[in-house]
Design a protein around this ligand. Sequence first.
Ligand code: A2P
Length: 273
Amino acid sequence: PAPCLSLLNGVQIPQLGLGTWLMNDAECAVTVAAALQMGYRHIDTAENYENERGVGEGIRNSGVTRREVFVTTKFNRKWHSVDGARQACEASLKRLGLDYIDLLLVHWPNPDQDRYLEAFQGLVKLLEAGVVRAIGTSNFKPAHLQRLFDLGLVPHLNQIQLDPYHLRDDLVALHREHGIVTGAWRPLGYGNAMLADPAITAIAERHGRTSAQIVLRWLVQQGFVATPKSSNPTRMAQNLAIFDFALSDDEMAALGRLDRPDPEMFDADRFGH
Ligand code: A2P
């Protein structure tokens, strides 16, 4: 299993989890059970992925005890109010078939409707009620986080698009300053050629590992949480097998020089469900 990081409230989060975006209920029921049986202890889903039922089924089918599994989910913009967060949580719990959530996130800030502060205040209430163990945000940019800080609120984790082509230095620095754990979504750069980048394949060859393992190792070695999606058992196992080797300082630095502009990147000021 992957090692854990401590969130600001002491809750332990496994550094490597299974992402489930684009997997349907049936696929999740099979894949989540297989992942837990091979040692995964963290599953990342969302209301928007429309697969929470399958995730819950997979957990129950795995034979792994509920308290050994860390479940992250996220809710959509229509729930951005204090009571909305409560309703969103209740609905997720029902779909998952669980009685608590480990980490619940505001999925996108949706600044056009400007109700993400209320949504987060709703999360604070759920944390106090003990129905979620930790709370956070996803796709928040520095300006969005700053408005939470101004209210004295700090998410335990902010999950953002992060990989060697999307370094997000400004956010990572802000997270570190406030003790927020950085979560990386789309860590393998889904849909682009990043895994074939010669700078990455050269390091992979040196270690006798795959490019995916190098990228995931680079993320966890910086203290991030990564949730790569795979429904292929070989690649699922490969993605988890990154805790028995280390990248050198030079290799870490080389991977930190591949950032590039991405005009297709989802801009949280304009995008979000
Ligand atoms: P598959 O499910 O067939 O393994 P991300 O989490 O960054 O969005 O990446 C998910 C994509 O990357 C999926 O298309 C997944 O396909 C693929 N993928 C996952 N793990 C690996 C790996 N170790 N090597 C290559 N591709 C991978």
